[in-house]
Design a protein around this ligand. Structure first.
Ligand code: PLP
Length: 385
């Protein structure tokens, strides 16, 4: 089976991890801050706080922006559930904004009208969690303008998007947001096994997230209520978590991040081949915004089902039977049973729901070779017949 996504582990990666295993620190050593500074450098951003997952990073990002009970936060229905769960962990209430039918990202027009209504109802969101679907940036200029006008904060869930650019700036520069999150799960652009990171230009938020990732404990005397009892002394000043990344993970990340440009270039090459070789089929290939250089985490096709005469499921099953590990990204979050129990229902976000009924994610990852891609294309053509 050709998977839809897959990590690449080189000998250099293995050696980097082994080196840490033989060193004094498996965790809380030097590799984590080194990895943080590499990520900050490629993102052209001031601070980076690494954690054990993007989900943890999203959680402490929401907390550091003051999200809590009684607050609302909004996100896209077309995302992984973690983009919504992170705010629920804080006791806040979630709502969604429908997607743009071309980019599959939050639609700024839908957002604006929802904000106008919410303002009248006195239910404006405190935070908007923007997802850069497939690695293509959302329309951050418009979203940022709305955040200024309506007074909310922006977290970019850029789990798909490290190595991408928007408006000439690397994703993660936080030019139009407060905090950006990346994921290092193995299917993402680069991996640490499990892992995530939050980047920001705010020293206050970076300090807060550093505290929250490690129990709310500080060894910094400036943050303490009184001078230390002795050299052993630390203080817990917040209720935090153990969300730390290990040095083993950071070493893998440091080795992987060296290849990020190459990885994104290979993903673009694969995407361009698909665009070219699939151009005469009854499908929609990924539309690209001229302001955005996507990291191409996913390559999603949209089936023109009225021209095909088969269901998405039939086509999907046919591809799987041919050994092509296709997938669907994503089941609209508001239609998950947990969210239906919160009061969401079918029909709430029609563009997202229609999108969900028509899409298939084709394999795309740096190690996908030309003969495998040909197999995918052949299987798709057969499935569409
Ligand atoms: C993968 C993913 C996450 C969660 O990442 P983890 O590192 O697995 O916690 C969150 N949001 C989106 C959009 C993702 O794709």
């Amino acid at each position: 089976m050709i998977p839809y996504g897959k990590q690449e582990i080189t000998q250099a990666d293995v050696e980097a991890v082994i080196e840490v295993l033989h060193s004094d620190f498996l965790t809380q050593g030097p590799a984590v801050p080194q990895f943080e500074s590499e990520v900050a450098k490629i993102c052209n951003v001031q601070y980076a706080v690494a954690t054990n997952s993007a989900t943890s990073s999203l959680h402490i990002a929401c907390l550091s922006l003051g999200l809590g009970a009684g607050d609302y936060f909004w996100t896209s229905p077309i995302t992984f559930v973690a983009s919504a769960n992170c705010g629920l962990y804080c006791g806040a209430r979630v709502d969604f904004v429908d997607i743009n039918p071309l980019t599959y990202n939050i639609c700024h027009v839908a957002l604006e009208s929802k904000l106008i209504e919410a303002k009248i109802a006195g239910r404006l969101p405190k935070i908007l969690i923007v997802v850069h679907m497939c690695g293509q940036s959302a329309n951050m200029k418009e979203l940022h303008n709305l955040s200024v006008r309506f007074g909310f904060k922006i977290i970019e869930d850029a789990s798909h998007a490290i190595g991408g650019f928007y408006n000439g700036q690397p994703i993660g520069s936080c030019a139009y947001s407060d905090i950006t999150i990346f994921s290092f799960h193995p299917v993402k652009i680069i991996t640490t096994g499990e892992g995530g990171i939050a980047v920001t230009n705010s020293k206050t938020m970076a300090t807060e997230m550093e505290l929250l990732r490690s129990h709310g404990i500080t060894r910094n005397t400036n943050q303490m209520t009184h001078s230390p009892d002795g050299l052993w002394y630390y203080q817990q000043i917040k209720l935090g978590f153990n969300y730390r990344m290990t040095d083993i993970q950071a070493a893998l990340g440091l080795s992987q991040i060296k290849r990020i440009k190459d990885y994104v270039a290979r993903r673009h090459h694969i995407a361009e081949s698909y665009n070219h070789l699939l151009s005469n089929l009854p499908i929609v290939t990924p539309w690209q915004d001229k302001d955005s250089f996507s990291a191409f985490h996913l390559y999603i096709i949209r089936l023109k089902l009225d021209l095909i005469g088969k269901s998405r499921q039939e086509i999907f099953d046919c591809l799987r039977e041919s050994g092509v590990g296709v997938n669907v990204h994503y089941i609209p979050v508001h239609l998950q049973p947990y969210f239906l129990n919160l009061g969401f229902k079918i029909g709430d976000f029609p563009v997202a729901e229609k999108y969900y009924s028509e899409v298939i994610s084709l394999p795309i990852f740096p190690g996908l070779i030309a003969s495998e891609q040909e197999r995918v294309i052949k299987a798709l053509k057969e499935a569409l017949l």
